[in-house]
Design a protein around this ligand. Structure first.
Ligand SMILES: [Zn+2]
Ligand SMILES: [Zn+2]
Ligand SMILES: [Zn+2]
Length: 316
């Protein structure tokens, strides 16, 4: 059902993506944006021209071309939000750097089998994979991957050790999944959709993957934004750990009091992940259940096809 008064879509009224890219394809214009960013305050025409260092006629022309990114306020010229976003993308290294990281062991155990794990980074994707088991992902991902985060900015690598990079990747994943699960795309703020993907003929064969779906897990949660294409497909229990009943369990059991449950479940409580179970309770209507081990039994959360909790079984 459409919400009352919902927008039908946005009338752009500004520039097309092609125009936006071509407007920015010029050194003087990027230099104007950078100067305004660094200065933080509004700048007069002459101060800005002096800082950018080109002749007046040229400068005037380029400044006019940037009206979508720069505004003239009462105090002088300043960046619009669009201009700030361009500079933030540059600072995140997304546009300027293309680092790659061959798989490096990081001295942490695989949460599923206890073997070593390694990190690799390519095409702005951070992947953590197990050196011996099939991980969780399957599909198009290399064997052993159990976490893959697209759009991990190169700036996230700078000045951090590899275990710290893994923590950052987990935090980004958690923040993104928590937002997507509420129906909001964290990248563009458009509506995000949630769907459960269930393999109906799931059977793990000798290489650790299911022949029918090519993955390890039978159930995945798929979060998708149709506007910008942001998507993630965690195993069911990962976003399930943010249900208040699960947060309460982890708080009681280990004193988790920060937004880092996933990280701590994975690496400070080896073996716990193996005790988490997932099952398809019914297919029509679709109901899936996750169970987390508790000291006095198990916490069961049953979800419907939209990933809403429809039943909670408390331990003990
Ligand atoms: Zn493993
Ligand atoms: Zn399958
Ligand atoms: Zn989006």
């Amino acid at each position: 059902m459409e919400d009352e008064g919902a927008f039908d879509g946005i009338e752009p009224g500004g520039v097309t993506p092609t125009e936006a890219f071509s407007l920015l394809g010029n050194e003087t214009r990027i230099s104007i944006l950078q100067t305004l960013w660094e200065d933080e305050e509004s700048m007069s025409f002459s101060d800005l021209q002096c800082a950018v260092g080109v002749d007046k006629g040229n400068f005037n022309y380029h400044l006019n071309e940037l009206s979508h990114f720069v505004r003239r306020g009462e105090e002088g010229y300043e960046l619009r939000e669009t201009g700030k976003q361009v500079i933030r993308a540059v600072l995140a290294g997304v546009i300027t750097d293309v680092p790659e990281l061959d798989p490096v062991p990081i001295g942490r155990p695989c949460p599923f089998c206890g073997s070593g794990i390694s990190l690799r980074y390519e095409d702005e994707t951070m992947m953590a994979s197990c050196e011996s088991c099939a991980g969780t992902s399957g599909g198009d991902l290399p064997r052993g991957v159990f976490m893959s985060i697209d759009g991990f900015p190169p700036a996230g690598l700078a000045g951090r050790s590899l275990p710290e990079v893994l923590e950052v990747a987990h935090l980004l994943f958690e923040a993104s999944a928590a937002t997507m699960a509420q129906g909001v795309c964290p990248e563009c703020s458009a509506r995000a959709e949630t769907e459960l993907l269930v393999c109906e003929e799931h059977e793990i064969v000798s290489d650790g993957l299911c022949e029918a779906c090519g993955r390890v897990p039978e159930i995945l949660v798929e979060f998708t934004c149709r506007n910008c294409g942001t998507a993630s497909r965690p195993v069911l229990w990962m976003p399930a750990i943010y249900h208040p009943a699960a947060v309460a369990l982890f708080y009681e059991r280990w004193g988790f009091d920060t937004f880092r449950e996933l990280q701590r479940l994975f690496f400070t409580n080896p073996g716990y992940v193996e005790g988490i179970s997932e099952e398809v309770v019914s297919t029509d209507p679709l109901r899936v259940r996750v169970e987390f081990p508790a000291e006095t039994g198990r916490l069961g959360l049953t979800f419907d096809e939209a990933f809403d909790v429809v039943e909670i079984e408390r331990p003990g």
